[in-house]
Design a binder for this molecule. Structure first.
Ligand SMILES: NC(=O)c1ccc[n+]([C@@H]2O[C@H](COP(=O)([O-])OP(=O)(O)OC[C@H]3O[C@@H](n4cnc5c(N)ncnc54)[C@H](O)[C@@H]3O)[C@@H](O)[C@H]2O)c1
Length: 251
């Protein structure tokens, strides 16, 4: 498929998991991809892999939770690759913790990357998208649509992403920008391993039964395919949609 030929895409969290899979998918369909990640070498590895396959990608070190860093990376991408037409906000973190023991720093860190970071990348990208149209795809989680134990900050941040998406979709609907959200369930990535190994003191995996599905986990490439559809012209009529791909967790 060639749905993104001549399009410039900014992808955050591009050094791992879903961000890497999305960067590769968009590039394989012709996009020039700016691979943003706080992990410089990981972002570079994604860009190198894309370029080695004959695609076009460039890596940028970016802390999405920092307004200056977010704007600088998006501006640099536009200057190097051309007008940004698509932003996909995959960067995210999480940790399982008893809420009454959660530090303020951890709450702020998770909110900072997942929610503030989504806003900051959107704010940086929108001026480019306004100049001829474009798309934003945010990434939430089943945890943004339901309660999940030991995940207060993660759930709150992802719930915030869901409604931030709707707010932006409503605001820019007459201005040529669609804003949609993809909400994965369990994906086979390093983040899921982090969740699996950080069960807090006194907690049981039985408590997490509601976030397990008989369908098991997804591969990031499956979710990247959904992101690509939503971001493509085939998703033209979608805006403000929250697209679950979670093996039925939120039935
Ligand atoms: N893996 C799952 O089961 C799952 C389920 C639902 C939703 N999600 C969401 O999908 C998205 C991608 O997650 P993943 O599973 O690929 O995780 P991952 O850990 O594999 O990748 C996340 C990437 O984000 C980067 N990152 C972290 N903090 C950053 C920051 N401040 N600035 C820029 N980049 C930063 C990391 O370096 C990493 O490369 C996240 O938003 C996550 O919440 C994941």
């Amino acid at each position: 498929m060639t749905r993104f030929v001549d399009k410039v895409a900014v992808v955050t969290g591009a050094g791992s998991g879903l961000g890497r899979a999305t960067s590769k998918r968009l590039a394989s369909e012709g996009a020039k991809v700016a691979c943003l990640d706080i992990a410089t070498e990981a972002a570079q590895a994604t860009a190198d892999a894309i370029n080695a396959q004959g695609g076009t990608a460039k890596a940028y070190t970016c802390d999405v939770s920092d307004p200056t860093s977010a704007r600088a990376a998006v501006d640099a991408a536009a200057s190097d690759l051309g007008r940004v037409q698509l932003a996909v906000t995959c960067a995210g973190i999480g940790r399982l913790v008893n809420t009454h023991e959660m530090s303020w720093e951890l709450w702020r860190k998770i909110m900072g990357v997942n929610l503030d970071g989504t806003l900051l990348i959107c704010q940086a990208a929108i001026p480019y998208l306004l100049d001829g149209g474009g798309r934003i795809v945010t990434v939430a989680s089943n945890a943004g649509l339901m309660g999940q134990p030991y995940s207060a900050a993660y759930c709150a941040s992802k719930g915030g992403v869901v409604n931030l998406t709707k707010a932006l979709a409503a605001e820019y609907i007459r201005k040529g920008i669609t804003v949609n959200c993809v909400a994965p369930g369990g994906m086979d990535t390093p983040l899921q391993n982090e969740f699996a190994t950080t069960l807090p003191e006194g907690a049981s995996f039985k408590d997490l039964a509601k976030v397990m599905t008989p369908m098991g986990t997804s591969q990031p490439e499956e979710v990247a395919a959904v992101i690509a559809f939503v971001a493509s012209d085939e998703g033209r009529y979608m805006t403000g949609s929250i697209v679950s791909i979670d093996g039925g967790l939120t039935i």
